[in-house]
Write a protein that binds this ligand. Structure first.
Ligand SMILES: *[C@@H]1O[C@H](CO)[C@@H](O)[C@H](O)[C@H]1NC(C)=O
Length: 562
């Protein structure tokens, strides 16, 4: 066990450090995150209005211009912007989008570490170490921990709840108190953020009841009532205010829209087994965790009670939830800490028997090697590939850097893809009103996100813009529509985005755009040199010329009206 004591502190730092690394390398956001990130922006830059509320919110806040299909909650944005405030007081110029994401990421990291600490008390240090080892090598959890999705606001709370119901050796009164706190947390998270947690709450409650850890009258009803009062109290008061509709419970509205009216299926459907066959393996990443670790934990008599205790409520949740035809991996991310913990039970068993037989020695090696491989794959392949997925943000930053900023006003059209791949209000530059109070900012920027196709076919529409950021196809439309007006546009820059993997045969030259950009930006030019030299060496001596690299293709065009 001596080795484990040394590894432990590094693994404790690894989870928050990796989550931060993912924010640094991929600081931009996609369309799914946009509601919460725009809400954080609006609260931070406009403040919360206290008088003339409806008109002020309508004039300043993004959600009145782009309300989306269903209202979403402001609770998470309010918490993150409040926690961001002290840092902004210290340094007004801090990157606020980065700051808010970092706070969310670190709070999710703390929840994961708390879960690991519960595992150590319940099942021993070796299980906790394997858990951290597996968790740090999973791509999705590390990448999404800092992303402002409702699921990731709920994830920290559900992970804490799961920690509280771990079978730690505790006095019965303490253990019941923890179960009540867990059920209360899940209720709050379900009411405020994600309605699917009601089902997760249901399977966990029934299981705890069946195990005799809670009683209906003494625990379930009081924690349920407390959760409902806190959850509803928060969401209804906060969201009725921000949406200026009373009474508003956004998750109920979303649940009615998606589940009862079946609208969710419009986003696509998957077969029943999708979560088991596709989503969960993808989330766990390392195949040995579910092909070896989990089955072994279930088969071995010494780990079976712990494994079934962890698995039953989570697998019941996923099985029942699989009847909802619209499926996304993020709807079941809450079970990942538990499934990872079961794999860790198995891995810990293998590890502790490695001296006893050849098969366990081989399996131990395979476990270590596959985890290292997953870690390398998620940090050095999946992360750079994903970071190249935000052409909208890169296009807007490029435009801000290159535009003629001696003009008093610049008007920009942002196409659909740009808005979906990284453009947020945090990246936009101030409009005239704000510029007058800023120092030295002389250009007033304005941005337009019109989606109406008919409007976009009228020549006068494009006349109002100095620049457009559009997909190459739409660029052609802009040219042909404007021609009638006698207006001319020139290409200013082409922005590329990730488009898959390219396999190189012997003799093909490597391009290495993504690698060059990521290494050059985050480590320095010398690392690009080092990378290219070692790549060529490996190709020459080891792979006989074969290689694979990330491929980029033009995604967006910045065009300037002349
Ligand atoms: C209320 O706010 C709107 C938008 O900011 C503004 O146009 C209007 O003049 C305000 N009305 C009053 C009475 O302050």
């Amino acid at each position: 066990m001596g080795g484990i004591d040394v590894v432990h502190p590094f693994l404790l730092i690894a989870i928050p450090a990796l989550i931060l690394l993912h924010v640094v390398v991929a600081p931009y956001t996609k369309v799914e995150e946009s509601f919460h990130i725009q809400a954080i922006h609006d609260i931070l830059s406009h403040g919360i209005p206290t008088h003339n509320v409806t008109a002020t919110l309508k004039a300043q806040y993004d959600h009145f211009t782009f309300p989306g299909a269903v209202p979403r909650t402001f609770v998470g944005a309010l918490i993150l912007s409040t926690l961001s405030r002290p840092f902004i007081w210290v340094n007004e110029n801090v990157d606020k989008q980065f700051l808010a994401r970092m706070i969310l990421g670190l709070s999710n990291a703390l929840a994961l570490l708390s879960f690991a600490s519960g595992l150590r008390r319940a099942f021993g240090k070796s299980t906790a170490v394997w858990y951290l080892f597996f968790q740090a090598s999973q791509f999705h959890t590390m990448y999404y921990a800092s992303r402002t999705l409702s699921n990731m606001f709920a994830f920290g709370m559900s992970t804490l709840a799961l920690r509280l119901i771990l079978p730690e050796p505790l006095a019965p009164e303490v253990s019941r108190k923890r179960c009540r706190a867990a059920l209360c947390l899940l209720t709050i998270a379900g009411i405020i953020y994600r309605s699917e947690l009601a089902l997760f709450l249901g399977t966990n409650t029934l299981f705890l009841l069946f195990k005799g850890r809670v009683s209906i009258i003494g625990d379930i009803i009081p924690s349920g009532i407390a959760g409902v009062l806190i959850g509803l109290g928060l969401t209804v008061s906060v969201d009725s205010f921000f949406w200026q509709r009373f009474p508003l419970w956004p998750e109920l509205a979303a649940f009615k829209f998606n589940v009862i009216h079946g609208q969710a299926s419009a986003w696509g459907t998957h077969p029943w087994y999708f979560y088991f066959a596709n989503a969960i393996p993808r989330l766990l990443l390392n195949p040995l965790t579910y092909l070896v670790g989990m089955p072994l934990a279930l088969v071995q008599p010494s780990t079976r009670p712990a494994a079934t205790y962890l698995l039953i409520p989570s697998l019941a949740f996923v099985s029942i939830f699989s009847f909802q035809p619209h499926k996304e991996w993020r709807f079941v991310i809450y079970v990942i800490p538990v499934l990872t913990a079961v794999s860790a039970l198995g891995a810990s068993y293998i590890w502790s028997h490695r001296a006893k037989s050849l098969i366990y020695r081989i399996l131990s090696l395979a476990m270590v090697a596959s985890t290292v491989a997953s870690f390398l794959c998620s940090t050095f392949v999946l992360l750079p590939a994903s970071s190249a997925n935000y052409p909208g943000a890169h296009a807007l930053n490029t435009l801000h850097g290159h535009a003629d900023n001696t003009k008093p006003a610049i008007s920009v059209y942002l196409g659909n893809l740009a808005c979906q791949t990284g453009v947020t209000r945090f990246l936009q530059l101030p409009s005239a009103v704000d510029a007058s109070i800023g120092d030295g900012v002389s250009t007033a920027w304005s941005y337009d996100k019109t989606e109406n196709q008919d409007l976009k076919l009228s020549p006068s529409f494009w006349d109002q813009f100095d620049y457009v950021i559009v997909e190459p196809g739409e660029g052609e439309t802009v040219l042909s529509v404007s021609k009638a007006q006698g207006a001319h546009w020139v290409d200013m820059e082409v922005i590329e985005g990730f488009s898959g993997v390219r396999f190189l045969r012997p003799g093909d030259a490597a391009v290495g755009t993504v690698e060059r950009r990521v290494l050059g930006n985050f480590i320095g030019p010398w690392s690009v040199q080092l990378w290219e030299t070692s790549r060529d060496l490996v190709r020459r001596t080891f792979t006989r010329g074969w290689w694979a690299e990330l491929r980029m293709e033009p995604k967006l065009k910045i065009m300037q009206r002349v």
